[in-house]
Ligand binder design. Structure first.
Ligand SMILES: [Zn+2]
Ligand SMILES: [Zn+2]
Ligand SMILES: [Zn+2]
Length: 237
C-alpha cells in the first residue's frame, strides 16, 4: 500500500513539474505583443530563442476578440432600430437601398455586404469586394475570434508584401501601369481568421476591412438619422 502511495505521489509530482516547465517555456502575450516567458523581453515573430536571456521558448499563437464585425448586441440594436422604423411607415429610399443588408446582417458576417456575399455595382450584381462571396467576416471567419501569431499566415502575408513591392518596382522601372489588383481570392481565403487579414488591400491600396467598417457605419448612420427624424416629427414616437 505504501509502495502504491509513493509511486502515485511521484507521478503526480512529475506531472505537476512537467506542467510548470511547459508553462514557463511558453511565449506570453500582452495584447498583440509576444514576450519571453522568462524575462518578458519582446520577441520577434515566431522566436524559439529569446535574444535577451538566450533561453529556448515554445511559440504559441494566441487569439483576440474580433474588432471588425458585429457581436450579438450590435446586431440586435441595429435590427431593433430597423424594425421600429419599418413598422412606423414606408421606408425612405436611403433605407430601402439598405434593406437586403439589414435582412442579412448577423453576428460574424462580412460587414461590407452584410453577409449576402454579393453587392450591387452600377446596377449589376457582383461578388463582395471584401469577403469575395464568402459572406463571413474576413478578420475572424465568422467565429468572432482572430488568431495572432500563426506562422503560415505570417509567411503568406510577407510573401504577399514582397510580391507587391516587386510589382511596384517593376512598374517604376518599365513605366508600365501597375496592375494593382492585389486582393486575390486566394489571399482572402488564406488569411481569413488571422490578424494578417487586416493588411489586405483593394486595387486602390485601401484596407478592405476598413472599407467594410465604413459601410457598416454608414448603414448605422442612415438608421439613426431616420430614427431621430421620426422621433422629432409631430406624432413621432
Ligand atoms: Zn528572455
Ligand atoms: Zn462581403
Ligand atoms: Zn469578425
Amino acid at each position: 500500500m505504501k509502495w502504491v502511495l509513493f509511486t502515485s505521489g511521484c507521478v503526480v509530482a512529475l506531472v505537476a513539474l512537467g506542467f510548470l516547465a511547459v508553462d514557463e517555456r511558453d511565449v506570453i502575450w500582452e495584447g498583440r505583443t509576444p514576450l519571453c516567458g522568462y524575462c518578458r523581453a519582446e520577441l520577434a515573430h515566431h522566436a524559439v530563442v529569446c535574444r535577451e536571456c538566450n533561453r529556448s521558448l515554445d511559440w504559441r499563437p494566441t487569439t483576440e476578440e474580433c474588432r471588425w464585425c458585429l457581436e450579438r448586441k450590435d446586431v440586435d440594436h441595429l435590427l431593433r432600430l430597423y424594425r421600429e422604423i419599418a413598422k412606423a411607415g414606408p421606408l425612405p429610399p436611403a433605407l430601402l437601398a439598405c434593406e437586403p443588408y439589414f435582412d442579412a446582417i448577423d453576428v460574424g458576417a462580412c460587414t461590407y455586404c452584410g453577409g449576402i456575399g454579393k453587392v450591387m455595382e452600377n446596377g449589376e450584381e457582383a461578388a463582395c469586394p471584401v469577403c469575395r462571396d464568402d459572406k463571413r467576416c474576413v478578420a475572424c471567419g465568422g467565429t468572432r475570434s482572430v488568431v495572432i501569431g500563426d506562422d503560415g499566415a505570417h509567411r503568406r502575408a510577407r510573401e504577399r508584401q514582397d510580391a507587391h513591392l516587386r510589382a511596384t518596382v517593376r512598374g517604376g522601372v518599365t513605366d508600365l501601369p501597375l496592375n494593382d489588383e492585389v486582393l486575390a481570392d486566394e489571399d482572402v481565403a488564406a488569411l481569413r481568421g488571422y490578424v494578417e487579414a487586416e493588411d489586405l488591400t483593394d486595387a486602390h491600396g485601401r484596407r478592405v476591412l476598413e472599407l467594410a467598417r465604413e459601410r457598416m457605419k454608414a448603414a448605422f448612420r442612415t438608421l439613426h438619422e431616420e430614427h431621430t427624424k421620426r422621433a422629432k416629427a409631430p406624432g413621432g414616437s
